[in-house]
Design a protein around this ligand. Structure first.
Ligand SMILES: Cc1cc2nc3c(=O)[nH]c(=O)nc-3n(C[C@H](O)[C@H](O)[C@H](O)COP(=O)(O)OP(=O)(O)OC[C@H]3O[C@@H](n4cnc5c(N)ncnc54)[C@H](O)[C@@H]3O)c2cc1C
Length: 351
């Protein structure tokens, strides 16, 4: 059966589009390659259900459309905890510096319950036949007469319109098209950065916020590594405790056991023996996720070509829209970009 709109990808862009189209009474399906929704928003509920963000975490007061959406969905936010002493490791041969960071004029905020709360709120009204998981779209055919035929390994779908919400580089490299995509689109997409696509996030849940006992904020900046940045990641209610941060990108070459051992050694060195009493270690190596990252032999600068004009024009007789956080005119790559992209494509359907 032919669907009016087929959305590829159930991340923030795809789910917000689905939420808006549903309210408008326009029929759609979302096809998602992974066995979970959320894409680059991925909250894992660690020991004692401690929410730890493996993907997007922070927003700011500049992210107006995201803030408006959170208000619409009645999801509260709270300020990132930064009170106390931050540690800075400039050199492996020097002791860490203790810094009292001045109060941030533009603090970062987190979403109560974890960033996944926004994903759950958008997805909860979907019917089972509107959201299909574990289906990777592998090829798209278009003819003026028939419209779109899309194949996954198991199934075939037919639709009048298609919206891609994949990072552009992934879109042009992981799907076969007939007729072929415009050459310029392929070139630009291959030079469009996928935000955080090669990052490594890790987190540790703890029975107590032991770092606060010594007046540490939980913040670390390090040139020494393997941890490069770390923050307090306790929950909104302040009854679940965690530290969460980023590892040097080359750490993907190590075994998980080595990463855990190096992380806990660094934390013990900086915060003392309490660091070894963690409940659970969590990590996400995004470059190993083929539903996000495309390895390249050329360097693409962070945010390069985000919001490029080529993404603002639909193709195949104006029937295929290229969405996703990286295509937004402002805040490309961020959650705000994903919201902006969904809202602007939705306006095209309302016309
Ligand atoms: C580690 C990390 C930290 C981040 N931190 C922040 C932050 O603090 N603040 C912030 O604002 N942003 C942050 N971001 C960015 C933020 O996560 C993204 O901007 C946003 O989630 C992108 O949403 P999206 O729907 O556009 O794309 P995605 O979330 O990438 O969604 C695309 C979806 O398409 C699916 N898909 C891929 N290929 C196919 C296929 N062939 N067929 C079907 N489905 C497919 C994917 O599985 C995915 O679900 C971070 C990202 C990461 C990875």
């Amino acid at each position: 059966m032919k669907t009016k709109v087929l959305i590829i990808g159930a991340g923030l862009t795809g789910l917000l589009l689905a939420y808006r189209l549903k309210k408008e009474g326009i029929s759609f399906k979302i096809i998602e390659a992974r066995n979970r929704i959320g894409g680059r928003i991925h909250t894992v509920y660690s020991e004692k259900e401690t929410p730890i963000e493996m993907g997007a975490t922070w927003l700011s007061t500049q992210h107006c459309e995201l803030l408006a959406l959170l208000e619409e969905l009645k999801l509260p936010i709270f300020e990132q905890f930064m009170d106390g002493i931050a540690l800075f490791e400039s050199l492996s041969t020097a002791p860490p510096q203790q810094i009292e960071l001045p109060r941030n004029q533009q603090p970062s905020y987190r979403i109560k319950g974890g960033t996944h709360a926004i994903i759950n709120a958008l997805a909860k009204h979907l019917e089972t036949d509107e959201l299909i998981l574990n289906e990777k779209i592998t090829d798209i055919h278009y003819t003026t007469k028939v419209g779109f035929t899309l194949n996954s390994r198991q199934k075939q779908y037919h639709s009048e319109k298609v919206i891609s919400t994949l990072p552009p580089m992934l879109f042009v490299n992981s799907i076969q098209f007939s007729p072929a995509l415009p050459e310029e689109l392929i070139n630009i997409a291959n030079k469009t950065h996928t935000w955080m696509g090669d990052s490594i996030k890790f987190g540790l849940s703890y029975p107590t916020p032991f770092w606060k006992e010594k007046n540490y904020s939980g913040t670390i900046f390090s040139n020494v590594g393997p941890i490069t940045e770390l923050y307090d990641h306790s929950n909104y209610e302040n009854d679940r405790y965690a530290l969460k941060g980023f590892l040097q990108s080359g750490m993907y070459l190590e075994t998980k056991e080595n990463r855990i051992s190096k992380v806990t050694n660094q934390l013990q060195k900086l915060f003392g023996t309490g660091a070894s009493a963690y409940l659970k270690y969590e990590e996400s190596i995004w470059r190993e996720e083929s539903e996000t990252f495309v390895p390249t032999d050329h360097f693409v600068l962070p945010h390069q070509n985000n919001g490029h004009s080529i993404y603002q024009t639909s193709i195949y007789d104006k029937n295929l829209f290229i969405g996703g956080a990286e295509t937004a005119l402002q805040f490309g790559g961020y959650m705000e970009g994903a919201v902006k992209s969904a809202q602007s494509i939705y306006q095209e359907f309302k016309k």
